[in-house]
Design a protein around this ligand. Structure first.
Ligand code: A3P
Ligand code: MG
Length: 263
């Protein structure tokens, strides 16, 4: 009997995308539960925020090491040295606690992000918003209907509460724009996925851990996710800086890019 036949057919096979998305969901939910318990056990303030960041990171990265021991991980709270993840075939990009200052204060606009990039392409992700009882993953999220833009009604756009994008003014010159300020990238993204707003627009900077899992869920829902010039978001770069983003259903995405990127 050959050595190859001693190995069960799928023993060395990679997990499927559905298995990776299910793991992302399971770990986002479990990390969120840990953060809910910590929030109940601590007083509002910076100490709760710092403990949330650190304890969620330790739990999530530990769980990934057990479930996917050979995969690389980029976490907001982990090492910023790109060497261990450079060129990784499979790279998990996680934000153990996005919207950490709101978490520290005791609000509900915060979340847990878990995403997987394979050979530089975003393939799966999950976002948990535990204080809002929301959990979504790229495989099971419902498709958003691509309703056309009504130019008279205009668009509702969610933006950072603390750092609203300068591009809003250019949009508002083209059609009526109502803005909805929210904290945390996952909160804003799920507001688009749930149809509460038409688009999430951000500029002025972010990091791959802020938008990888939200982007995966949004793409799973049939939304378009790009930079503000229409190029794809970067994932797996040595520098995890991610300058800007636009998440919207295709008809809205096109209408906004028509304004922002004169063609
Ligand atoms: N201009 C900027 N530069 C760097 N990070 C930014 C940024 N604007 C937003 N972010 C990050 O993106 C996440 C969502 O921000 P916002 O709530 O303002 O939309 C936050 O992550 P953290 O909460 O994990 O730090 C925040 O730090
Ligand atoms: Mg973040």
């Amino acid at each position: 009997m050959s050595a190859a036949r001693d190995v069960p057919p799928d023993a060395t096979a990679e997990p499927t995308v559905a298995e990776d998305a299910a793991l992302a969901r399971e770990l986002a939910e479990a990390t969120g539960a840990l953060l809910m318990t910590l929030r109940e056990d601590t007083a509002p303030g910076r100490s709760r925020e710092y403990r949330g960041d650190a304890e969620a990171h330790d739990f999530l990265v530990g769980a990934l090491a057990r479930h996917r021991p050979t995969d690389a991980v980029l976490s907001e709270e982990g090492t910023q040295d790109p060497a261990p993840r450079r060129g990784a075939h499979r790279l998990w990009i996680v934000d153990p606690l996005d919207g950490s200052s709101g978490y520290g204060r005791g609000g509900d606009e915060w979340g847990v992000h878990v995403a997987l990039v394979v050979d530089g392409a975003l393939v799966a992700g999950a976002v948990a918003l535990p204080a809002r009882d929301e959990l979504a993953d790229s495989e099971t999220v419902a498709r958003v209907p691509d309703t056309p833009v009504d130019p008279d009604r205009g668009l509702t756009v969610t933006v950072s509460r603390s750092r609203p994008p300068a591009e809003l003014r250019r949009l508002a010159a083209a059609f009526p724009v109502r803005t909805r300020a929210m904290s945390a990238a996952g909160v804003k993204t799920l507001a688009v996925v749930d149809g509460h707003v038409d688009a999430y627009l951000h500029s002025g900077g972010q990091y791959e851990w802020d938008n990888a899992a939200p982007a995966a869920v949004a793409m799973g829902a049939g939304l378009r996710v790009t930079r503000l010039d229409g190029r794809p978001l970067p994932f797996g770069a040595d520098d995890p800086y991610s300058p800007d983003l636009l998440i919207a259903r295709p008809a809205v995405h096109e209408a906004i890019l028509d304004v922002l990127v004169p063609r």
